[in-house]
Design a protein. Structure first.
Length: 235
């Protein structure tokens, strides 16, 4: 019987072996060098400070200042600088992912896609007759407009809205506690004839003005006074 021997690769001396280590992140990201320089500068600065505070311990490590006379210590410092540079680079690179994950848990509405929104001004057509009970515009009503680029855009009304033949002609802040609105009816309509139980008002203007005003109307409103044309006061 013949014995079969397994073929072996010829022995290669250890000193002649070559190791190919490819770091994809290092090849694709050139900013690792800047992180490395910062970490190395920090370590050398701290080494000099450590040598000044603890000279006996620093003497064992051959730390006499910014650099060490021992080449092995120098290589160790450079290796630590390289590793910490990779860690800091990865942390900075993954920061948007971490922030997004935190927002998903704390406030999911901030990370959800928001469709295009706009504010539409609607006016009643007086030629269609008097609208004494208001004209309802139900939620989901489709609106069409043309963008500046020429594209046709469609929007949906977000909530039920009622149009009234009223216009806010003027607004005035009479003192620090009174906001006066001058509301006028369309021609030929008396406000006393309107079947008006509530009136929704849109605050238009600079956010620095409208946002504090909106907060005051919701949380700091004391009373509403309605002064009709005849001088009658209703609260």
């Amino acid at each position: 019987m013949r014995s079969r021997r397994k073929s072996r690769l010829p022995h290669e001396p250890r000193s002649h072996r070559t190791w190919a280590i490819e770091d994809t992140a290092l090849n694709t990201q050139d900013d690792i060098l800047e992180y490395y320089r910062r970490e190395l500068l920090y370590l050398r600065t701290q080494s000099a400070d450590f040598a000044g505070r603890y000279p006996k311990v620093a003497q064992r490590l051959a730390l006499t200042g910014a650099e060490s006379a021992d080449p092995h210590t120098e290589r160790l410092i450079e290796s630590v600088a390289f590793l910490t540079a990779r860690v800091h680079r990865d942390l900075d690179r993954d920061f948007p992912t971490v922030a997004g994950a935190m927002l998903d848990n704390l406030c999911p509405s901030l990370t959800q896609p928001v469709p295009a929104m706009t504010v539409v001004q609607m006016t009643l057509d007086s030629s269609q007759g008097k609208v004494m009970s208001g004209m309802p515009v139900p939620r989901g009503t489709m609106l069409s407009t043309t963008a500046a680029s020429g594209e046709n855009c469609r929007f949906q009304v977000s909530w039920n809205t009622t149009l009234w033949p009223l216009q806010v002609k003027a607004s005035k802040l009479e003192d620090t506690r009174t906001l006066r609105l001058d509301v006028r009816c369309d021609a030929g309509i008396d406000i006393a004839e309107l079947e008006l139980d509530s009136l929704r008002i849109h605050l238009s203007g600079d956010l620095l003005t409208t946002m504090p005003l909106h907060e005051l109307l919701l949380s700091g409103l004391e009373r509403i006074e309605l002064l009709a044309g005849g001088g009658a006061l209703h609260r």
